[in-house]
Design a protein around this ligand. Structure first.
Ligand SMILES: [Zn+2]
Ligand SMILES: [Zn+2]
Length: 216
């Protein structure tokens, strides 16, 4: 199982950065999680990785914010796509997807593939879904912005097994003890307390940017 960061606020040499997040999960099926803020950056970075829309069978959008849905036009070039969004997404986003792909509206937890589960809708002020990915090393949790709170997300993801890694945006997360026991922490995108997390978990902390690849 491989994860490739396609869009992030930071980028490795040769990749473009922007405020947004997108990650490709390469397993038995290729699944795209979020699309960044623009088609321009998503398509540029995907091309660097040699990834084409047609190689991706499923799309999951964590939440309905522009910095996660802005690159939709790139992936919707593949008209053989299944797209999983929360039922509370805006009609505008749903309509756009429906015109080009099979739209699946979800509320509770759901299997995206045999290895990838959605936590289902978690809410605070903003509804969001995260992924719990089964790998040889344990569960890898993938988050968009963690608006519902990372503690709640990790709690929910634990039902799928022991959490090995957490990757994505942590937003204003400060409940650092909730990260104890996790082997790999790649706090990125909108994470506000990145430095504290790195200081508290120096061995587990991994730099993450567009162009970063993880394998589990
Ligand atoms: Zn957001
Ligand atoms: Zn975001």
């Amino acid at each position: 199982m491989e994860l490739k960061i396609l869009v992030d606020n930071q980028a490795k040499h040769g990749f473009k950065s922007e405020w947004g997040f997108s990650c490709l999960i390469k397993g038995k099926e290729n699944v795209l999680f979020d699309t960044g803020a623009s088609t321009k950056v998503l398509s540029f970075n995907a091309e660097k990785f040699g990834v084409k829309p047609k190689q991706i069978s499923k799309l999951v959008l964590s939440h309905d914010h522009w910095d996660h849905t802005g690159g939709l036009d790139w992936i919707l070039q593949n008209n053989n796509l299944k797209a999983f969004v929360l039922n509370s997404f805006s009609e505008e986003t749903k309509k756009k997807i429906r015109e080009n792909a099979e739209l699946i509206e979800i509320k509770g937890k759901v299997n995206i593939t045999n290895e990838i589960n959605s936590t289902g809708k978690l809410s605070n002020s903003i509804d969001e879904q995260s992924l719990a990915i089964k790998t040889a090393k344990g569960i890898v949790v993938l988050t968009g912005c963690s608006h519902p709170g990372l503690t709640q997300i990790l709690q929910k993801a634990k039902q799928f097994g022991k959490i090995h890694a957490v990757i994505g945006g942590f937003h204003g997360f400060k409940d650092f003890k909730a990260l104890q026991g996790i082997e790999l922490i790649a706090a990125t995108h909108c994470t506000q307390h990145k430095q504290e997390i790195e200081e508290l978990f120096p061995r587990q902390f991994k730099e993450c940017a567009a162009g970063t690849e993880f394998s589990f």
